[in-house]
Design a protein around this ligand. Structure first.
Ligand SMILES: Cc1cc2nc3c(=O)[nH]c(=O)nc-3n(C[C@H](O)[C@H](O)[C@H](O)COP(=O)(O)OP(=O)(O)OC[C@H]3O[C@@H](n4cnc5c(N)ncnc54)[C@H](O)[C@@H]3O)c2cc1C
Length: 380
């Protein structure tokens, strides 16, 4: 395994850096303040063909390797964490389709996702079933050649914005996790979006409730077999968590970049605060932890690309996601500290980095749940 980027990955990273600095980062403060979907940044990403990266070539995508996809997530998050999740969420919604759907369904949806014409959401969580997925109450009942879905999904990224929703519902509540089934549901089939959250961070990424009331879903849109939904959900999260780690690395890098340049300009006691060894050590620790997080994220991504030969993906994905997000949180808090009182104001972006970092410790499984996964691997 190589421990550095190959020439194509490095070239892509450099292009992404310029693109984010010019077309994404300048809008981040506005979208965060107004708490609206980052449309201009999304459109720019579509112009750059970024939605195609995670879609296989056979279905109109670029079929990029996972490290390239992580570079995209990291660089976007360096400029705007909400824009980064907007790119990641369609991939999360589409992973069950890519890995478990029929050819007909793949050809029907994936090319449009790749073009950015439609977006996808992933509907696993419920108000009373987050970490404990098997407690879900959303029901799917067979009716001839269709299923009728009833229930409510909570915390859904891009609720109302997305055109398709990968919904997990129970076809056999007695069987708990073995009774969950996965469906692809179009927004137009009667989904309702009654509530959106007013969030601390990631404010330009809409998060809301998705309500299903007697929504009729054709059999063709069941993904995998009845009862296979839990396995599909976990298979999907294993392959997505490293990119949440990449998003966290991007937020950490933005914090380091901003705090470092501030330290050179800010004077105290007649000299730049960058001359103070205590602060230099803080910045150095921020960079060391971020570099280690990046390496772990790449390691997990490389394992996905290699087809998980040592059956370590759950473990590595959980380790990468939890380490990178814990790093992003502590690095962003330190960046606020390095700016002193100014860091605590909205005049400077580090408070946004701190608010955005927090979600990376929570979604796609909290960092406590990641440790459950890591320990399970170690003790099996
Ligand atoms: C902004 C945002 C976007 C989201 N987007 C999506 C989305 O698009 N799709 C989707 O399906 N979900 C989404 N989620 C939901 C997210 O994945 C859940 O919030 C998360 O899994 C935690 O579930 P919970 O909130 O119910 O917390 P709970 O499960 O109630 O956890 C509460 C606390 O208990 C701890 N805990 C729970 N179980 C254990 C355990 N076994 N061991 C140790 N500690 C434990 C948790 O770590 C946490 O500290 C999103 C959430 C947010 C906030």
């Amino acid at each position: 395994m190589s421990f550095d980027l190959n020439p194509e990955q490095r070239a892509f990273r450099d292009v992404m850096r310029g693109f984010v600095d010019e077309r994404v980062a300048p809008h981040a403060e506005y979208y965060d303040r107004e708490q609206v979907f980052p449309q201009k940044s999304f459109d720019a990403c579509v112009e750059m063909d970024l939605p195609s990266l995670g879609v296989p070539e056979a279905y109109g995508g670029a079929g990029a390797d996972m490290i390239t996809q992580a570079i995209m997530a990291e660089e976007l998050a360096r400029g705007c964490a909400s824009t980064s999740v907007t790119m990641l969420i369609s991939k999360l919604g589409m992973l069950p389709i890519i890995n478990f759907a029929s050819e007909e369904i793949k050809h029907q949806y994936l090319p449009r996702i790749a073009k950015g014409d439609i977006q996808a959401s992933y509907c696993l969580s419920e108000a009373d079933a987050g970490s404990d997925v098997a407690a879900m109450r959303c029901r799917a009942v067979r009716d001839g050649d269709d299923y009728i879905l009833n229930g409510s999904k909570y915390w859904i990224t891009n609720a109302g914005v997305s055109d398709t929703y990968t919904v997990f519902a129970s076809t056999d509540p007695e069987a708990r996790s073995h009774g969950i089934t996965c469906f692809l549901v179009e927004k137009a089939w009667g989904l309702q979006f009654p509530k959106h959250e007013d969030k601390m961070g990631l404010r330009a990424s809409p998060t809301g409730e998705v309500v299903l009331r007697d929504v009729r879903v054709p059999m063709s849109h069941r993904i995998g077999a009845e009862g296979e939904g839990f396995k599909i959900a976990m298979h999907t999260l294993d392959r997505s968590r490293p990119t949440i780690g990449a998003q966290a690395v991007g937020i950490a890098q933005a914090s380091i970049d901003y705090a470092g340049s501030y330290m050179k300009g800010r004077k105290a006691f007649g000299a730049p605060i960058a001359d103070l060894q205590g602060l230099r050590f803080m910045l150095a620790d921020m960079a060391i932890r971020t570099e280690a997080a990046r390496a772990l994220v790449y390691r997990a991504c490389a394992t996905i690309d290699a087809g998980d030969p040592d059956n370590q993906l759950s473990y590595l994905g959980a380790a990468a996601k939890s380490f990178a997000s814990d790093t992003a949180m502590s690095v962003a808090v330190d960046a606020v500290q390095l700016l002193g009182g100014y860091g605590f104001t909205k005049e400077f972006p580090v408070e946004r980095f701190m608010r955005d970092a927090k979600i990376t410790q929570i979604y796609e499984g909290t960092n406590q749940v990641q440790r459950v996964v890591v320990a399970k691997h170690l003790l099996k």
